[in-house]
Design a protein around this ligand. Sequence first.
Ligand SMILES: Nc1ncnc2c1ncn2[C@@H]1O[C@H](COP(=O)(O)OP(=O)(O)OP(=O)(O)O)[C@@H](O)[C@H]1O
Ligand SMILES: N[C@@H](CCO)C(=O)O
Length: 357
Amino acid sequence: MAIESFIIKTPCSSANIGPGFDVIGLALSMYLELHVTIDRSKKTSTYPLNCRITYEGEGEGTDEISLDPEVNLLTRVALYVLRCHDQRSFPCETHVHIKNPIPLGRGLGSSGAAVVAGVMLGKECGGLKHLTRERLFDFCLMIERHPDNVGAALFGGFVGTYLMPLKPEDAARKEIPLSEVLPAPAGGIDTGIKPPEPPIGIGHHIKFPWAPEIKAVVIIPDFEVPTAKAREVLPAQYPRLDVTFNLQRIALLPVALGQSPPDPELIYLAMQDKLHQPYRQTLIPGLTEIVESMTPSTQPGLLGVCLSGAGPTILALATANFNEIAESIIAKFRANNIQCSWRLLELAEGGTQVLRD
Ligand SMILES: Nc1ncnc2c1ncn2[C@@H]1O[C@H](COP(=O)(O)OP(=O)(O)OP(=O)(O)O)[C@@H](O)[C@H]1O
Ligand SMILES: N[C@@H](CCO)C(=O)O
């Protein structure tokens, strides 16, 4: 067949869910889509690396989204996977049309979704059938070092994620990133040299049950907080009491959110945090007030509220009165001169899918 086409569909995600900093991820029903066409009848291409990128959605036409395949986050990641398998460029001629409804830099895992869709694009374009989802997770972790968003976007559902310590010989490899997020994927600009393959089994995940009554209200402020900036405000060390506070709640969280019918008081308690939200208040005016004032007793239907990922989006888990809950949070942001939009989302169970006719 001269023309091959497929769609890669990856959910957005909310990380942390309060106490589970860099551990817990929740895949939600807003999807990044890549509509890919490979026209193998073409023997040469005028596009760099044989790849034409078109884009619609969040960030369209801005500097944040490059249409150069060596620069765009999604295609850079795909090239990293291809180059680890001795393929220097995309098949001739590849067209990737990106449809992205996930707002950038808002705490809904836009970069995690781009990284996951990118590794899947590399696998599909390269015909790399041997790459399992677990192995693709290793590739994702070479680019986005915290596993919560990428774990949820790749595997779907409500997940706990964890990293295995690198072996001493891998930790000594200069090209294995030890920082949180690489400025460029391992291997970087094409030097003609095969980039370093990720160590095997860097990251793992476990799926938790999710009560079907629970929906996610996401309130999205109209400004960005880049994840790197939201990590810079965190301290290098924490008081023991604060760590214990989070450990006690993270032990409750997966049980509390899996029980049907949900217990609002238990969930509210289980979603509290002292490790990242108090520090991020400096970047997100109104955050502490929202988290402290929104309770199941003041808002019927509400289960719990937290910062989504690195923010500024607020995640409210609820079983009813979604509109009232969203309006109440929007009013608190408005008092700080911040405008918001909101969406009602559901658990995205399946993770990243590749759809073919
Ligand atoms: N579909 C995409 N295509 C290309 N680049 C993207 C895409 N989605 C996100 N990005 C890149 O990722 C950056 C946002 O990443 P960042 O980690 O700061 O925020 P986030 O992933 O939205 O939030 P969080 O990690 O807190 O959930 C954007 O500025 C853009 O450079
Ligand atoms: N766990 C990460 C998620 C953001 O990508 C953080 O809170 O910084």
